[in-house]
Design a protein around this ligand. Structure first.
Ligand code: SAH
Length: 398
């Protein structure tokens, strides 16, 4: 029988056990007695306390996070480990009723939130899109792909691997984006009864931002009779919901012409040539500068992450303030603003402070109606608060 003694041992410095005792899944390189020289990136290692106790088993990586823990018990990381972990992830999504005839797009694995640090899996109909963020998950990709096709009732027959931009550059793994299993040319997924073309071959992330599903559904509720601006539209998710919700006008804006084309295609897929919708390839600030006051009664500001690291925090906060001030200045009285930040480095308080500063700058009467977050298929491991990244506010602006 295989035992974990086959794995290389990394030893913690005395007194560095506390975070692992609290089940935090990251071991920082500074907590180790020495960085091993004979261990390859992506290899499974054991982490031992100073007194020799096994604290956990995980993937080794060169960098400030040296080990991402896969199991806090002393167990082998084999195909059965991945199958069981994926089965648990699927069991949760089943409880959330995310796989239905009218909903075929959802996140199956959300990294640490599913106790699989370094792995993201999104499901689009019968295709799973797998993204590795760590060398360890990159090496396990085929085992993971096979396990995905074996999960009961999930119905995955194609597995596409898309890690060209998510793996650490220095690891020199040269991942190739390609199918690991099967192949699919039909790439339409359904979200709450709405159809979306998902371009997992070329699109950002896994091709679609599944994380805004609940917030898009909420936008639909506010859309009737309103003139809507969807800024940073990407695939037009918010626009499609606003159209169904009965908006009188929907304008989608993105600086990328490709995103504008994706949005137009998704509108056509659901509503044909509907004269209520227009899309513009334009920079957000330029566009907001060019529109008159009171042009919109409902606005969405869902920009890309302004801060990828904590160091960029101050500039990011200034960016959120500037953007929200531009939006708040333009929105009609009685208007509603959906505003978001998906930067992990910006916490809920920081973001709210930036929006508060923007409101104060414009001097308008602003109230918070809802405080939004990521949906249940992007769960936050309670021992890993860093997993909370999506923050949103719905504001009523007089
Ligand atoms: N709201 C989208 C996701 C937005 S992703 C959804 O629900 O799916 C961020 C988008 O912002 C990208 O499509 C990117 O092309 C666009 N973008 C980045 N910088 C921009 C800028 N300065 N002005 C307008 N769009 C921008």
């Amino acid at each position: 029988m295989q035992t974990t003694s086959q794995y290389p041992d990394l030893r913690l410095r005395r007194g560095k056990e506390a975070s692992l005792e609290r089940f935090h899944p990251w071991v920082f390189s500074g907590a180790l007695t020495a960085m091993p020289t004979d261990v390859e990136e992506g290899q499974v290692v054991r982490v031992l306390a100073a007194d020799g106790r096994v604290m956990g088993v995980g993937h080794f990586q060169i960098g400030s996070i040296a080990v991402r823990i896969l199991s806090f018990s002393d167990r082998i990381i084999d195909a059965d480990f991945y199958y069981q972990a994926l089965l648990q992830a699927w069991t949760l999504r089943k409880a959330l009723r995310l796989r239905r005839d009218d909903n075929t797009a959802f996140r199956l694995v959300h990294g640490e939130g599913d106790f699989l640090p370094g792995l993201v899996v999104d499901i689009y109909g019968d295709t799973a899109v797998v993204q590795a963020h760590s060398p360890g998950m990159h090496f396990a990709r085929q085992i993971i792909a096979e396990a995905l096709t074996r999960l009961p009732d999930l119905g995955v027959v194609n597995v596409y691997y898309k890690s060209e931009t998510t793996l650490p550059y220095k690891a020199r793994l040269d991942p190739v984006n390609d199918y690991l299993i099967g192949h699919s040319d039909t790439n339409i997924a359904i979200e709450n009864g709405l159809k979306f073309n998902i371009d997992w071959l070329r699109g950002q992330k896994t091709g679609f931002f599944v994380d805004q599903r609940d917030n898009r559904a909420l936008l639909e509720q506010y859309s009737r009779g309103r003139r809507v601006l969807n800024m940073f539209c990407y695939t037009g998710g918010f626009s499609v919901y606003a159209m169904r919700g009965g908006a009188t006008q929907v304008d989608s804006v993105d600086s990328s012409a490709k995103a504008v084309a994706l949005t137009e295609a998704n509108i056509r897929l659901n509503f044909g040539d509907d004269p209520r919708h227009h899309a513009y390839a334009e920079d957000a600030f330029k566009y907001l500068d060019s529109v008159g006051d009171n042009a919109y009664d409902l606005m969405v500001l869902d920009p890309p992450a302004f801060a990828k690291h904590r160091d960029a925090l101050r500039n990011a906060l200034r960016g959120y303030q500037k953007l929200n001030a531009a939006g708040l200045r333009r929105i009609a009285p009685g208007g509603i603003l959906f505003t978001f930040s998906c930067s992990q480095a910006v916490d809920r308080r920081d973001f709210r402070l930036a929006v508060f500063s923007a409101a104060a700058q414009t001097g308008r009467r602003v109230r918070i109606l809802h405080q939004l977050t990521q949906p249940a298929d992007h769960p936050i491991n309670i021992y890993h608060p860093e997993g909370e990244y999506l923050k949103g506010l719905i504001l009523y602006v007089e």
